[in-house]
Ligand binder design. Structure first.
Ligand code: PMP
Ligand code: G9A
Length: 424
């Protein structure tokens, strides 16, 4: 008989939830399904030849060094190269003592949760927000409070209102988690004036900001917006960047920038997690920057992803029935689609799978599933151009059928006032 030991799980572990995206990845590996679900880079864009050359050189010239354990902080050459790049491209100041290499940004999210969150601490997130973030916070028993966003991202007035309301009830939040550029899942970007306002609001309440920035290099249109870390004058921002979208996620190689004090504490937290990030991968990433391959590669993926974004938005306009709306991201990997309120995208999901098309249901991106019932996230970077068109066509038919099946139901509950991206 198989025995269960779940009664021995820690209280913390009992609160952990499986990621709907990670679970979906298994389902969508079926070849007949056109998946808009996972936030995956396009494999055709992986710079395999470059990686092969670098790998070969490294093993030939520096084998014993690149295969050894490394320091927890990360490979020095890589951190120096990142510091120079962050200064050049983003106006972010930071030297070795401010940069920690992590095993994916996901580890950064876990590490600062480990360092800052006590049970029931309040973390402010946007609604919707990245599921991997909220799952990390939840696994340290954080309480999440969400602030709505519109086409310009998180709404600072609503943030301020929420924070002061909590404050009046004797509750103070330590930090806000924010993805300011090409947000996952909504694809929206926070304007510079809003970024400044958000920084002012959190400074007044002595909070930290976690700026998660995996997508800003993937800009197709419009002008760059300065990162919150570059606007930050008080070292209040912990900035997360990653090689997952500009090299390959399989390396599990990312970085964070923070004050020396915070970096040191995060490093100690990392020591007991994995000792150090994959040394070999770090050296490959370093060479990839030093040989200037990264900038060339970013130009290539921008071009490819822009084309895919355009195909998707055009297909939405062509195949989606009346009443369906969507965001128009200027970069990144995702669009956010909102159906008429009578449609429940979770209920509709089975029909989508029956028609061989998949998405992530909107509720996955709301802590406690408190919204997003009639929304979904679609990734446009992974499928081939043809599959994007065909998949949106299939999805359009599925939505149309669902609208027909639910017509007359739940009218008048739409909550899309003032451009707020919510879903019901
Ligand atoms: N943050 C956000 C907003 C993401 O979208 C992702 C990956 N999809 C991550 C963090 C994790 O990225 P990494 O591969 O660097 O762990
Ligand atoms: O979990 C993963 O595979 C990373 C992608 C995240 C996402 O789809 O948001």
């Amino acid at each position: 008989m198989v025995q269960s030991f779940s009664h021995l799980f820690s209280e913390r572990a009992r609160g952990m939830r499986a990621s709907e995206i990670r679970e979906l990845l298994k389902l969508t590996q079926r070849p007949e399904i056109i998946s808009f679900a996972g936030g995956l880079p396009n494999p055709e864009a992986f710079p395999i030849k470059d990686i092969k050359n670098i790998t070969d050189d490294l093993l030939t010239k520096r084998g014993p060094q690149v295969l050894q354990y490394g320091t927890t902080e990360g490979v020095t050459e890589l951190r120096e190269a990142l510091a120079a790049r962050l200064k050049r491209d983003k106006g972010i100041d930071g030297d070795l003592k401010n940069i920690l290499i992590t095993s994916g940004s996901q580890q950064g999210l876990d590490l600062f949760s480990k360092v800052f969150i006590d049970p029931h601490d309040i973390i402010i997130v946007s609604a919707p927000t990245y599921l991997g973030g909220t799952n990390a916070f939840a696994s340290y028993q954080a309480q999440m409070e969400s602030v709505p966003l519109d086409e310009q991202g998180m709404i600072p007035d609503l943030l301020e209102e929420r924070l002061w309301k909590l404050h009046r009830h004797g509750k103070n939040s330590k930090m806000i988690y924010i993805i300011p550029t090409f947000q996952n899942p909504a694809g929206v970007t926070i304007s510079e004036s809003r970024r400044k306002k958000i920084l002012d609001v959190v400074a007044n309440l002595d909070m930290l900001v976690v700026e998660d920035d995996p997508y800003s290099e993937l800009r197709f249109d419009g002008d760059d917006v300065r990162s919150m870390k570059a606007l930050d004058k008080e070292d209040r921002v912990i900035y997360l960047g990653t090689f997952s979208k500009i090299l390959a996620p399989g390396f599990r190689c990312a970085w964070l920038v923070a004050s020396e004090e915070i970096c040191q504490k995060l490093t100690v937290a990392k020591q007991s997690t994995d000792l150090c990030t994959n040394t070999f991968g770090q050296y490959v990433a370093y060479e990839y920057i030093a040989r200037k391959m990264v900038d060339r590669h970013i130009l290539l993926i921008r071009k490819m992803y822009k084309r895919k974004r355009d195909i998707m938005l055009k297909a939405f306009a062509r195949y989606f029935p009346k009443g369906v709306t969507w965001t128009k991201p200027e970069g990144g990997m995702f669009a956010w689609v909102t159906t008429p309120p009578a449609v429940d995208t979770k209920v509709m999901f089975d029909q989508a799978i029956a028609n061989n098309v998949a998405y992530v249901v909107g509720t996955a991106f709301y802590p406690m599933a408190s919204g997003g019932r009639n929304s979904m996230r679609l990734n446009f970077t992974h499928p081939t151009d043809e599959k994007i068109e065909e998949g949106v066509k299939r999805l359009g038919s599925v939505i149309e059928a669902e609208i027909g099946a639910t017509s007359g139901k739940r009218r008048g509950i739409q909550r899309q006032r003032n451009g707020i991206i919510s879903g019901v």
